[in-house]
Design a protein around this ligand. Structure first.
Ligand SMILES: *[C@@H]1O[C@H](CO)[C@@H](O)[C@H](O)[C@H]1NC(C)=O
Ligand SMILES: *[C@@H]1O[C@H](CO)[C@@H](O)[C@H](O)[C@H]1NC(C)=O
Ligand SMILES: *[C@@H]1O[C@H](CO)[C@@H](O)[C@H](O)[C@H]1NC(C)=O
Ligand SMILES: *[C@@H]1O[C@H](CO)[C@@H](O)[C@H](O)[C@H]1NC(C)=O
Ligand SMILES: *[C@@H]1O[C@H](CO)[C@@H](O)[C@H](O)[C@H]1NC(C)=O
Length: 262
C-alpha cells in the first residue's frame, strides 16, 4: 500500500516536472523591441509622469480586459502619452497581465528615455508614443526571424504560404477576431501557424498588415522550417511544434504565469 502511494507520488512528481520544463521551453518571453532607433532624449518630468501612469493603468487593466486596450494621458498637450497592449488572442486574465506588467517594467530598462517604444513578448506586445497611433497601420519597422532547421521538403514554402493564407482569412473575413492559429498536415509531419493583429486595427488593415508580413517570408525564411515575421501592427509565426496552447477545442491550461519566467 505504502509502496503504491510512493509510486503515485513519484509519477505525479515527474509529471509536474515535465509540465514545468514544458512551460519553460515555451517561455523565452522576450522577442524584441524597437527603441534602439528612436533617439534617447531628456523627457520632461510631466512626460515621465504621464508615461508611468499609462504603464500602470494598462498593467492593471490587462487582468480584466479581453486581452487588449489602449489609453492616453495628457491628450492635446505636448506631454501626451499614448499606450497600447495586445495579448496573444488566446491569452487573457492573469496570463495577459503578467506579460503586460513585465513589458511595462522592462520597457523602461530596455528603452530608457525614449518618447516612443515597442516591445514584443511571446504573449503580448506593448507600445507607447507621444503621438496618437491608435488605429494606424504600422508595418515598419519589421523583423524577420528565420528558425535554424532547413527545409527538406521542396513543397514546404508553398504549403506554408497556403496555410498562412487560410489563417489570414480566418482571422479577418471569417471571424473578425484579428487572430487565428491552427495546425496543418505537411505529408506526414505537422506544422503550426499563428497570425495576430493589434486589435486597434480594422479587418481590412489587419489583412493588409498580414499580407505584407507574408510577402517577406520567401526572401528571409523560405529555406527554413520555422520562422516569425513581425511589425508593430501584426505578426505571424510558423513552426513544426505547437508553440501556442489554447484553442477553443482543446482547453489545456496555460502554464502558471510564475513559471514562464523572464
Ligand atoms: C479599456 O480601458 C478603459 C479605461 O481606460 C476601460 O474603461 C475599458 O473598459 C477598457 N476596455 C476593455 C475592453 O477592457
Ligand atoms: C495616424 O493616422 C492619422 C490619419 O491618417 C495621421 O494623421 C496621424 O499622423 C497618424 N499617426 C501616427 C503616429 O502615425
Ligand atoms: C535600426 O538600426 C539598425 C542598425 O543601425 C538598422 O539596421 C535597422 O534597419 C534600423 N531599423 C529601422 C526600423 O530603422
Ligand atoms: C542549412 O543550410 C545552410 C545553407 O545551405 C547551411 O549553411 C547550414 O549549415 C544548414 N543548417 C543545418 C542545421 O543543416
Ligand atoms: C491531418 O492528418 C490526420 C491523420 O493523417 C487527419 O486525421 C487530419 O484530418 C488531417 N488534418 C487536416 C487539416 O487535413
Amino acid at each position: 500500500m505504502a509502496k503504491k502511494l510512493i509510486l503515485i507520488f513519484i509519477i505525479r512528481f515527474i509529471s509536474i516536472i515535465s509540465l514545468f520544463t514544458k512551460s519553460i521551453a515555451q517561455s523565452p518571453n522576450y522577442v524584441g523591441d524597437d527603441c534602439h532607433n528612436s533617439t534617447e532624449q531628456s523627457l520632461t518630468a510631466t512626460y515621465k509622469s504621464n508615461l508611468n501612469k499609462v504603464l500602470s493603468l494598462l498593467s492593471s487593466d490587462a487582468i480584466v480586459s479581453k486581452g487588449y486596450n489602449h489609453t492616453s494621458i495628457g491628450e492635446n498637450t505636448i506631454d501626451a502619452v499614448y499606450g497600447l497592449y495586445d495579448c496573444r488572442g488566446d491569452v487573457t486574465g492573469s496570463f495577459c497581465q503578467f506579460c503586460v506588467s513585465t513589458a511595462a517594467s522592462d520597457v523602461l530598462q530596455r528603452c530608457p528615455n525614449r518618447a516612443s517604444a515597442v516591445i514584443w513578448y511571446n504573449f503580448c506586445i506593448f507600445r507607447y508614443s507621444n503621438h496618437n497611433f491608435f488605429g494606424n497601420l504600422t508595418t515598419s519597422p519589421s523583423w524577420q526571424r528565420p528558425g535554424s532547421k532547413n527545409i527538406t521538403n521542396p513543397q514546404e514554402l508553398d504549403k506554408a504560404e497556403d496555410n498562412m493564407q487560410s489563417l489570414i482569412s480566418e482571422a479577418t473575413l471569417e471571424t473578425n477576431k484579428m487572430y487565428a492559429m491552427g495546425e496543418f498536415n505537411l505529408s506526414i509531419e505537422k506544422r503550426y501557424g499563428l497570425v495576430q493583429c493589434s486589435r486597434d486595427l480594422n479587418e481590412k488593415q489587419c489583412n493588409q498588415c498580414l499580407e505584407a508580413m507574408l510577402d517577406k517570408v520567401p526572401k528571409c525564411c523560405g529555406t527554413k522550417i520555422g520562422w516569425q515575421v513581425l511589425a508593430p501592427s501584426c505578426l505571424m509565426k510558423y513552426d513544426d511544434f505547437m508553440f501556442y496552447q489554447l484553442t477553443s477545442a482543446t482547453s489545456a491550461p496555460l502554464p502558471n504565469p510564475g513559471l514562464y519566467g523572464r
